[in-house]
Design a protein around this ligand. Structure first.
Ligand SMILES: C[S@@+](CC[C@H](N)C(=O)[O-])C[C@H]1O[C@@H](n2cnc3c(N)ncnc32)[C@H](O)[C@@H]1O
Length: 272
């Protein structure tokens, strides 16, 4: 029998030991039929299914993972991973790392980052960085710092993926989960468990997300609506440009930073 410590260190080893192949998420993603059921039952799900799938319906947590997973481009860093590091474990098949500031159930030392203003990873060591329902929990004064860290840890051409609901939906969701826990004695509210810090907020506006992503250096910022949540929740994607290729160009000959630079070498973007 393996001791707990041995089992844990084996598990940590397994988390650390990941390759750079594209993960397949097809095994966990929802079918179209499931999405239609989830769309029709959204009001019920919004007040009763926070973390666990039940009654043949998808929880809000699984749903945000379901939207974020197809945007992952390879080795993924999930910032503010929450209990059990589920996004990396299940939706990325452990092909990446989850980090957090609080020792939630299912996390080990390997997940905890004492000084979150410095991500303990090398430059350009991830293909995607995700902030799933977590950017509002980064205190305001640290948001730019953490986004700059995400940028540093991403490879050129990699992407950042954030999910954040509309302000009114985020306020309603936090209230619903708080009320549910009070009524039924459950413990779904991870923010209550940790205790919110000064500068954390219940939502971040689209304007703020775009502004902070732009000032961190991300380009081609796009948005996708969660249609199964009636458009009330969203996903934002930004890209780290192929700066190393740009840096090789003589000053005054830089092409505009657009989507072509993500996919194609700079010379192709220049048309030569
Ligand atoms: C609402 S939970 C989301 C958890 C998980 N990503 C999910 O979607 O279920 C917000 C998470 O942000 C984490 N968090 C708090 N402060 C943070 C910070 N400064 N940087 C990154 N994450 C932070 C919390 O500990 C928590 O796990």
């Amino acid at each position: 029998m393996l001791s707990n410590v041995a089992r844990q260190s084996q598990w940590v080893q397994c988390v650390a030991d990941v390759s750079h192949a594209e993960p397949s998420t097809r095994h966990v993603l929802r079918t179209r039929k499931q999405k239609i059921k989830d769309f029709l039952t959204f009001p019920l799900r919004a007040v009763a299914l926070f973390e666990f799938d039940r009654w043949g319906l998808t929880s809000l947590r699984s749903e945000r993972f379901d939207y974020a997973a197809p945007e992952v481009r390879g080795h993924c860093l999930d910032v503010g991973c929450g209990r059990h590091d589920l996004f990396i474990a299940k939706y990325c098949r452990r092909h990446g790392k989850g980090i957090d500031v609080y020792p939630y159930e299912g996390l080990t030392e390997a997940h905890l980052v004492e000084d979150i203003t410095h991500f303990p990873f090398d430059d350009a060591s991830f293909d995607t960085v995700t902030f799933i329902a977590s950017i509002n929990h980064v205190p305001r004064s640290k948001r730019d710092i953490e986004l700059a860290e995400a940028y540093r840890c991403l490879r050129d051409g990699g992407n950042i993926v954030l999910t954040m609901g509309k302000p009114v939906a985020e306020l309603a969701a936090h209230l619903a989960i708080y009320t549910y826990d009070k009524l039924f004695g459950t413990n779904h509210d991870v923010d209550m468990e940790r205790g919110m810090e000064d500068g954390e907020t219940y939502f971040v506006t689209e304007r703020e997300i775009r502004r902070r992503l732009t000032s961190a250096g991300f380009v081609d910022i796009g948005r996708k609506l969660f249609w199964t949540q009636w458009g009330l929740n969203r996903l934002y994607i930004g890209w780290k440009p192929q700066l190393s290729a740009r840096a090789r160009l003589p000053v005054g000959h830089l092409p505009p930073l657009d989507s072509r630079l993500r996919e194609a070498p700079v010379m192709a973007a220049l048309g030569s």
